[in-house]
Design a protein around this ligand. Sequence first.
Ligand SMILES: CC(C)(COP(=O)(O)OP(=O)(O)OC[C@H]1O[C@@H](n2cnc3c(N)ncnc32)[C@H](O)[C@@H]1OP(=O)(O)O)[C@@H](O)C(=O)NCCC(=O)NCCS
Length: 116
Amino acid sequence: MMQSALADPSVLLLTLRDGALLIGYMMLMTVFPDGEILNLAVMPEYRRQGLAEQLFDACLAHCQEAGIEMLFLEVRASNTPAVSLYEKQGFVTVGRRKNYYRYPKEDALVMRLLRE
Ligand SMILES: CC(C)(COP(=O)(O)OP(=O)(O)OC[C@H]1O[C@@H](n2cnc3c(N)ncnc32)[C@H](O)[C@@H]1OP(=O)(O)O)[C@@H](O)C(=O)NCCC(=O)NCCS
């Protein structure tokens, strides 16, 4: 696992590689003392092997160090794999944004994690 600083110091990019191949990544933006997960994806061939959970482990370790207390994210309401992952990580749904996404139009669930 590698962490790269982007030009914006409030954004952390976590990446997972298999050799030279980028197989997963997560982006976290800090608006202290909160964090927002901007994006998370694992390449289809590498899914269901616990890699997203590895990205979360690294993200939560960073949050602990940085003193980030609450994490937020938005996810398509129909995205069962992602919603299941977030619930497994302890996120709870705290809101719903009507027609937030386009192509196709869909509501977003707003989820929050209170870090222990
Ligand atoms: C969501 C995503 C990142 C999960 O990555 P992953 O590496 O396959 O996830 P993991 O193997 O770490 O799975 C961890 C948990 O997530 C949940 N999960 C993952 N894929 C799932 C699926 N297809 N169906 C149901 N639950 C799923 C399960 O709770 C799983 O725990 P379990 O293995 O004990 O059942 C991946 O499916 C993906 O890249 N999807 C496309 C991009 C996307 O939707 N990103 C989120 C945008 S908000």
